[in-house]
Design a protein around this ligand. Structure first.
Ligand SMILES: C[S@@+](CC[C@H](N)C(=O)[O-])C[C@H]1O[C@@H](n2cnc3c(N)ncnc32)[C@H](O)[C@@H]1O
Length: 210
């Protein structure tokens, strides 16, 4: 009720949470026009990592490493961050020290998932949106029981929820893929998935092995 009054202020309020020192890497990404998660999304990621206490985190599409900073919440975590943009990956590396337990991998997410022999209990995906369904089917084989998988931007500026006629042409294909993907997840994980309307929307899947 009355949420249209709240929404214009919500992101500002959520972005004001600052639990970690993010300013340097965040302004670097902003100033160099490198896409990065909103601080509000980062804070949710950090909180979920704190709750789930994972050992092995996989991040697909790490860009210059803003989300990586939030995910690398404790020194007990081993984090693998993958991106196929060498320049961004290089910048990400500069923002972490050798003592941080993070490995940056220059690869396409799909190639990496084909090759890796590791299993993960926390995965954050922020690659090209229309690739999400394919990537999900590959990730599923690499999850530990009770793993949490999070897809960023699932609402794509809200277009995923709009009428087709109101969606700009360049987004229509991605929107169709994302809608099918959300429906597939809702059917398969009716009680173990959710969409959080924060940033451009997070899709959460808690994967229990049968
Ligand atoms: C939105 S940016 C990620 C920003 C990052 N989450 C952050 O908070 O700093 C998306 C990144 O995914 C990478 N990317 C997109 N599709 C990919 C794929 N299939 N494999 C590997 N990297 C991919 C792009 O190069 C880009 O750097």
């Amino acid at each position: 009720m009355q949420s249209e009054l709240m929404y214009p202020f919500l992101e500002n309020f959520l972005n004001s949470y600052e639990s970690i020192d993010i300013e340097k890497i965040y302004s670097y990404s902003l100033n160099n026009k490198i896409p990065a998660v909103d601080k509000s999304v980062g804070e949710v990621l950090r909180f979920l990592v704190q709750l789930k206490n994972p050992e092995n985190i996989l991040e697909l599409g790490c860009g210059a490493g803003v989300a990586t900073k939030y995910l690398l919440f404790s020194d007990k975590i081993k984090l693998t961050a993958v991106d196929y943009n060498a320049d961004r990956l290089g910048k990400a590396k500069e923002h972490f020290s050798p003592s941080d337990n993070v490995e940056f991998v220059f690869d396409k997410a799909e190639n990496f998932l084909n090759k890796t022999e590791d299993y993960y209990d926390f995965v954050f995906v922020d690659t090209i949106k229309r690739e999400y369904p394919g990537i999900w089917h590959m990730i599923r084989r690499k999850l530990k029981n009770n793993a949490l998988v999070i897809f960023d931007d699932i609402l794509l500026y809200g277009y995923t929820l709009f009428e087709d006629a109101e969606i700009p042409g360049r987004y229509i294909q991605s929107v169709k893929e994302l809608r099918n993907f959300i429906n597939e997840i809702k059917c398969r994980y009716p009680s173990n998935s959710s969409v959080i309307p924060i940033g451009n929307g997070l899709l959460l899947i808690n994967h229990e092995k049968c």
